[in-house]
Ligand binder design. Structure first.
Ligand code: GLN
Length: 483
């Protein structure tokens, strides 16, 4: 089997421009690797379509570093040439009549979509165990979870099946699986990437973002994802070169660590690594200070009100008539709705729809939802104060290491607890990323979260790239999948 996909994208690009390899070679290599995949990363792949597209790309474009490169999409981004399931029986056979905005951008930039990755059902979960299509395995140890909900995207990049994947992040779903799988994942500022064609979970929190093997590749992919789209009214359309600060020194940077992010609920191995990084940054001329960020400890309960409320409303459209699964043999329309939704949705989704509907019914709107929105604003204000003094905020991405598949399945609260360090970032609409900073004694990856001020992704990439270059970690997993 060829090994071009183990190279960095600069090297692959050189080979493509010199015509030593072609996009068809890359697509064939992707599918050779998919054939060996034991991780359950993909729900749908399209080898024929990908080969056809690879053949049709014409002459290599030396000014476009992404030309001819393969990419995978989380299966909640709609495509006209492949089904989009959102990890649910409800949409098992659903093919969209339009493409998501990011699909148009990927095509404009001559990349090749090779398939749709596995995910928690409707992006609800943090271990990929709520997927109708089964759990995704962690490439570093195949009996462990990949994290979620963008678990298939994380696992497929980590195991070197594809150099690029897109994920979506409502409360941590890009950053948490990136941390568990040892890759770089970024949730952009809310409004940075159009959500047009992303199957909505909680619209005021959802963002699409890049998941890659390293920082430069992440920034390079984000470069093409921001082009203005009028179809998402929250989309700002700010374009820039996100790689521009990579390689710059970090001396003089002011970095904050929230007290909440180094509390004793966090695994001690994770905390030790964060401390090592703190020292590394200080030794290189940055100032790192521990700070209080009022209200961030409320983020999880707020999320349970706001995200679930929005989800119950967004998922009302799956009624068996407009999209996807339709129940058979119903006696009347009420029974039809009930049967369709009972049979089409999994337990976690049903639980959330019920809680969300409760939050939005009658007096509960003022009792819970409106109050939650106010405290959400306080979280934003707290971060605003921090960013008056500091360039970036850092802390762990997750409280724990990847756990066994099957563990915590009976604990519906777990998927929220997993995201206690990532949810505050969505609440405030800020950009957040996870970057690998080392391994536990069991050789499982540990990620650090970098949180930036709004629209300051380039500054985050600068710090992430500095850490990456200082640590030079070997991030190719040695799990069964790679033997
Ligand atoms: N784990 C969180 C949840 O279960 C976040 C999911 C997400 O970001 N899509 O809702």
């Amino acid at each position: 089997m060829s090994k071009y996909l183990d190279l960095g994208i600069n090297e692959i690009h050189d080979l493509l421009v010199k015509k030593e390899i072609t996009p068809v070679d890359l697509v064939n290599e992707v599918f050779d690797r998919i054939d060996l995949d034991k991780l359950n990363c993909f729900i749908t792949t399209d080898k024929e379509g990908a080969l056809k597209r690879a053949e049709s790309l014409g002459e290599p474009d030396e000014n476009n570093i992404l030309w001819g490169l393969p990419i995978a999409l989380k299966d909640n981004m709609v495509t006209t040439n492949m089904r989009t399931t959102a990890g649910s029986k409800m949409l098992e056979n659903f093919v969209s009549v339009y493409d998501a905005h990011i699909v148009d951008l990927i095509n404009e930039n001559k990349m090749i979509i090779i398939g749709k990755t596995n995910m928690d059902e409707f992006a609800m979960g943090s271990s990929n165990q709520t997927s109708y299509f089964g759990p995704v395995r962690n490439p570093w140890n195949n009996s462990l979870v990949s994290g979620g909900s963008s678990g298939g995207s994380a696992s497929s990049v980590s195991s070197r099946i594809v150099p690029f994947a897109l994920g979506s992040d409502t409360g941590g779903s890009i950053r948490q699986p990136s941390s568990f799988c040892g890759i770089v994942g970024l949730k952009p500022t809310y409004g940075r990437v159009s959500r047009y064609g992303l199957i909505a979970f909680a619209s005021s929190l959802d963002q699409i973002g890049p998941m890659t093997r390293n920082v430069f590749e992440n920034a390079s992919l984000l470069n093409i994802l921001c082009k203005k789209d009028k179809r998402d009214l929250t989309h700002i359309g700010k374009e820039e070169d996100f790689t521009r600060l990579i390689g710059e020194p970090i001396s003089g940077m002011k970095i904050a660590i929230p007290e909440f992010y180094i509390s004793d609920v966090i695994d001690s191995q994770v905390l030790d690594k964060i401390n090592d990084i703190r020292k590394l940054l200080e030794d290189n001329g940055a100032t790192v200070e521990t700070v209080k960020v009022p209200y961030i400890d409320y983020a999880v309960p707020l999320y349970q009100i706001i995200a679930l409320g929005e989800a119950s409303s967004n998922l009302a459209r799956f009624d068996g008539i407009k999209y996807g699964y339709s129940a058979k043999n119903a006696k009347n329309i009420d029974e039809f709705y009930k049967k369709t939704r009972s049979e089409g949705f999994g337990d976690e989704v049903k639980r959330r729809i019920m809680v969300g509907s409760f939050m939005l019914s009658g007096k509960n709107v003022s009792e819970y939802y409106n109050k939650a929105l106010k405290i959400r604003k306080s979280i934003s204000n707290s971060f605003e104060e921090i960013f008056k003094e500091y360039d970036l905020v850092i802390g762990p991405t997750t409280t724990c290491l990847p756990y066994e598949i099957g563990e915590f399945l009976q604990d519906p609260n777990r998927s929220f607890v997993d995201d206690v360090l990532t949810i505050p970032v969505n609440m405030a609409g800020l950009p957040g990323m996870s970057v690998p900073i080392g391994f536990s004694k069991e050789h499982l990856p540990i990620g650090m979260q970098i949180i930036g001020n709004k629209w300051e992704e380039a500054v985050m990439y600068k710090l992430a790239a500095f850490i990456e270059s200082k640590l030079s970690l070997d991030l190719v997993p040695g799990g069964d999948n790679n033997e």
